[in-house]
Each structure stands twice: as C-alpha cells, then as structure tokens.
Design a protein around this ligand. Sequence first.
Ligand code: SF4
Length: 332
Amino acid sequence: MTTQPDRPLSGIDLREEIDRLRKERNAVILAHYYQKPELQDLADFVGDSLELSRKAAETDADVIAFCGVKFMADTAKILSPEKIVVLPDMEAGCSLEDSCPPDKFRAFREKHPDHIALTYINCSTEVKALSDVIVTSSSAETILEQIPDDQPIIFGPDRHLGGYLNRKFNRDMLLWPGVCIVHEAFSERELMKLKAEHPDAPIAAHPECPPHIIDHADHVGSTSSILQFAKTFQGDTLIVATEPHIIHQMEKALPEKTFLGAPGADGNCNCNICPYMALNTMEKLYLCLRDLEPRIEIEEGLRIKAKASLDKMLEMASGTIGKGDLGDPTGD
Ligand code: SF4
C-alpha cells in the first residue's frame, strides 16, 4: 500500500509538523545515505544498512520512521518487534530483493546442502530466514574472513558484491544472479571520459558495481567507507560510483572539495538515482508519522528465523565469534 495524501497538504510547514509528530510519537527518524537531502537533513540518524540496523536495535523510541527501502524497514522490525515501524512508501522496494524469490532461493539451497548461505541484507525477510548469516557491504569482509576456507558458501542475491569478495579473498562462493539496477547502470566508457577530464581525481566505488567499474576504482567499499575515504583522500576532486545522494553528506562535511557522481549510460541520464529510494518524500514522511501507516508487520515465527541470521551478522561484525562457530549450515 502506498501512502498518498487525500488532498494536497497546502499550508502545512512539513518540517515543523514532522518535528512536532516526532516528539508526540516518541519517534526516531532513520535515513539511508541514498535518500533525498531534505530527508537526510531532518533524520535523527543517517547511515548505511549496518549502522541503521544497529540503530534500530538500540533505540528506545516507540516508533521508527524508516526513510529507506522496505527490506531496511523490515530489518528494523525484525530487530525491534515491540516498536511500530513505518515506511513512508511501501512501494519502496529493491531490485536485489526482487531478484531472489524465497521459493527459488530455498530450492537453490536444497540443491547445495553442504553450503552455508551468506546473504546480503538487501533481501526479503523470508530469504533472511532461509540464510545462515546476513552481511552488509560494510560487514561482508570481516564476516567472510571468519568462515573457514574449506566451507562451501552460497552468496546471494548480489552477484557483483559476491564476485568482488570472491576475487579479493580468493574464494569460490556460488553466486545468486541478482544485481542492483542503480550500480549496474554506470557506464565504463562515460566514467573513462570523466576521468580523462579529471585525471587526478580518484574513483571511489561501491562493491555493488560490476567489475568493469570496480577495476578502475582507487577505493572500494560500503557507503560509510566511501564517506570516510572522501574525508581522507589527497586532492580536491573525487569521482563517486554509487547512488549520488550520498554526495550530500560529502558536500556538507567538505564544502571546499568537489564530488562528481559517476555517469550512467548516456553520460547525463538519471539512471544512477535509485527509483525506490526516491519514492520517499517529506509529505509521505509526515503522513506516516501522523497516521502510523503504512506499518511493517511480520509473522512472529518468520521474524525469529530471520533474526537468527541478523544476530549472527551483528555478532560476527563485532568480531565476537570465531572461525567454525557458524551453527547449523542448513539454515532452517
Ligand atoms: S540502490 Fe540498488 S541495492 Fe540499493 S535499494 Fe536501490 S535498487 Fe536496491
């Protein structure tokens, strides 16, 4: 269900009303780096998937308003079932989640019973419940390093992140064939043109990018890691190969530097803007805080199974468990 106003919200100061409702509802507003600048600016916390997952688990607010996509709000609900979790637009999905239907993923697992499933957080709650350990782009390397080299692994649903990890750690994980439509859209030819215009500018890329983009990158990492790189790189211009709304945080932190979004296929299309993240607006955020709808609901048995694989991620991302401590490899 998509929240839409019955009539235009004329005469309302949305920022003021959101602040009022935030207090009234004892709500915390979380925003992903790929959200519009106005949503990032009013959020209580802006972060990547791992940071937002942790924040969702720690907050003592009664309501979480999640400015992100549905799997992120689902994750908040899995970790905080007693809280009301609202998403401004329930249509805010993800191409990676869509690429991995739970029945097909279950069948794939059954074909490879000796493999554990290491699964990127960009997936449905059902797929999380079928997985052993969830990873984010910022926790994947730390977690993979804790898994014994001879343990066969299925990695889904992002084949580019999985392929990047396989190459970097000399692993042979079986890859689910999903992609992020945003990172898939970057053009190597256009990137090279931009690089020729700014030969001294390093390139920072997200590991959801295909290898022909990663191969040109000076830094590869999660959104948080790219932000960190932006604060430390030498020079005055950085080319950023991930969803361009992250540049808002860079420009706020480093107004004296120039940040250029990596181009899509024809050099100036908007195909590198996530169409799902873009569904969230100030107006929809106001409405979901006012109405406490649309609300995330997850059946309890499913939630507990999905939480086990998320808990494993949070433990392993903190480095608190060691090699060989992966539990039941069947995932159920
Ligand atoms: S940027 Fe890609 S991975 Fe992230 S939500 Fe959008 S489609 Fe999914």
